[in-house]
Design a protein around this ligand. Sequence first.
Ligand SMILES: *Cc1c(COP(=O)(O)O)cnc(C)c1O
Length: 358
Amino acid sequence: MNDRVEDLQKRDLAHIWHPCSQMKDYETLRPIIVDHAKGPYLYAADGTEYLDIISSWWCNLLGHCNPKINAAIKEQIEQLEHVIFVNFTHEPAIKLCEELTEVLPKGLNKFNFADNGSSSVEIALKIAFQYQLQTGHPEKQRFMCLSEGYHGETIGALSVGSMDLFAQMYKPMMMNNIHVKAPDCYRCPFAKDREHCQCECFKFAEEAFAKYAKETAAIIVEPIVQGCAGMRIYPPLYLQKLRKLCDECGVLLIADEIATGFGRTGKMFACNHAGITPDIMTISKALTGGYLPMAIVCTTDKIYDAFYDDYNKGKQFMHSHTYAGNPIGCATALAVLKIMKEEKILEHAAEKATYFHN
Ligand SMILES: *Cc1c(COP(=O)(O)O)cnc(C)c1O
């Protein structure tokens, strides 16, 4: 067994450039060869059992090798594995959009597909920019974001993040965005506490809007929890205030629910805590229960309608990804939604949260 592990590790390091790693570290910290997985457990080839509490990069929602999801994938793969999503469509995608409309914050009913979270953030930014251009606001070309936010690692997504660990050296490549000081309830500059405050820290957003809203297309936020910042939680009131201010200033609100969606914060979406509907929402990670790379940009009729016209008017959204709307991904996401409903995952979440908290 150990010969096999060593052999695989050697062959891994001969070729694989692992993400977010200094590869030299692997000389002493060998990559763990995962042999198989079940529920919350990973089983390594050397016999070690791991409890996967990082849920495979926050995306595994319903356990590894979930029999119901496995069955759904097997069924879909015999039917249709992939098809170009321009001019062609298929039932799993149609059904998925119908079901998402039921569970998303009210009003989000138009869907543009991508194949990873960062790409969906790029799409959200491009849609917001083009929306402003096509509705008489070509001067609104910039973006706002929260400090220590994280929205992925492609150039545009990095530009609306400010985790220097990921972004610092690429600054010359990036857009010049407006970074608003984010709520920080653990080190509140107003010495308030999260349960009782009036979001005094929203003043930083108000100041930024007063100065820059005229030239801003959209603000992007991770609602309720800034994940990469250290699971920094802030009050729903902040989002309510932000929704109102965005409406007043004609700035679109983009909620990046890639990490928070599908029950991760105890409600289906983090925006539900505030009872708000963003103009654009990005979802990925738990969307397929952590099985397949898929992301969706969800938006409203208001945004969609601004792109709807004769082709020669040039208002269409010219953006595509080869794997957009992949049928196996859609079938997987449908299985996830079905399990969440049948097994009352959300109802049990509060119970489990208490258990883990203790
Ligand atoms: C993971 C994540 C992304 C990026 O998604 P990828 O699929 O890794 O590109 C974007 N935003 C948030 C909030 C995330 O947690």
